[in-house]
Ligand binder design. Structure first.
Ligand code: CP
Ligand code: NVA
Length: 303
């Protein structure tokens, strides 16, 4: 049987995605009741981080520990990856020693090349192009607060980045409409957009994009690796702040998400981020833990 990887949301069927989200909600409840046993006993997760992380590292490590497994933090600074050992060789070696691998890196082709040479499931923990683990948590969070996102209208305000591309894939998988407000030159990936068809629409004015939506999300204007573009991006994204006046154009019960870390009063106002009647960002962050436990269980079982 072919090894299952999770490099983008579309590596799952819509039914598999729904089952993982439902299981994540169950895992969260079991955790609150004292635990979900030790299904990952003797299992080892290899975690390769070529970029910084708080949520992703803590959620994967804590998730493995909670279910009886263990994890290895591998950074290019202390492995041969940083000294130029090819990703293909690293994949062949590491995957003979661990049961599952997650990678956070720059080029999406790095996770694809690793997966092509891996004997065990590989999870994309963020590349320049996609951040599918975050979308598992975001979909779970919407379902917990408002029920199924199917048929809803979602707004993405800001950069057409890795998160935006994953929202486009989520629109396909969960069957919702997605409005993207981004400045010219900061559009999402053309192929990802084309594959989603007319359920995704691009806007230039955030107000138009947010009007009549049920769920509004944003992210930083300069992602990891784009730090030198910060000033130029601040100019390009002027007017793209998500705040209470912008949220007033959304539907009455609309909720706000941000994958975090946030730049307060840049892409989102402090007031909105802290307004827990609209902003569900802390639940969203916590749900990374349970969504990834459900994902790893699915991948380990299908292996
Ligand atoms: N949202 C997210 O992936 O956060 P980290 O960069 O802290 O892992
Ligand atoms: N778009 C951001 C997401 C961080 C979780 C980045 O890639 O830096």
């Amino acid at each position: 049987m072919a090894i299952r990887h999770f490099l983008t949301l579309t590596d799952l069927s819509p039914e598999e995605l729904q089952a993982i989200v439902d299981r994540a909600i169950e895992m969260k409840a079991l955790h609150r009741q004292g635990g979900a046993g030790e299904p990952f006993r003797n299992k080892v997760l290899g975690m390769i981080f070529e970029k910084s992380s708080t949520r992703t590292r803590v959620s994967f490590e804590a998730g493995m520990a909670q279910l009886g497994g263990s994890s290895l933090f591998l950074s290019p600074r202390d492995t041969q990856l940083g000294r130029g050992e090819p990703i293909e060789d690293s994949a062949r070696v590491i995957s003979r020693m661990v049961d599952i691998v997650m990678i956070r890196t720059f080029g999406h082709n790095v996770v694809e090349r690793f997966a092509a040479h891996s004997q065990v499931p590989v999870i994309n923990a963020l590349t320049d192009t996609f951040h599918p683990c975050q979308l598992l948590a975001d979909i779970m969070t919407y379902q917990e607060h408002r029920g199924s996102p199917r048929g809803k209208v979602v707004a993405w305000v800001g950069d057409g980045n890795n998160m935006c591309n994953s929202y486009i894939n989520a629109a396909r998988m969960c069957d919702f409409t997605l409005h993207i407000a981004c400045p010219e030159g900061y559009e999402p990936d053309e192929d990802v957009l084309a594959a989603a068809g007319d359920r995704v629409k691009i806007f230039r004015n955030p107000k138009d994009a947010v009007s009549g939506t049920d769920w509004v999300a944003t992210d930083v204007w300069a992602s990891m690796g784009q730090e030198t573009e910060q000033k130029e991006r601040e100019k390009a994204f002027k007017g793209y702040l998500v705040d209470h006046p912008l949220m007033a154009h959304a539907n009455k019960d609309a909720i706000f998400m941000h994958c975090l870390p946030a730049h307060r009063d840049e892409e989102v106002s402090s007031e909105l981020l802290e307004d827990e009647s609209i902003s569900v960002v802390w639940d969203e962050a916590e749900n990374r833990l349970h969504a990834q436990k459900a994902l790893m269980e699915f991948l380990l079982e299908s292996h």
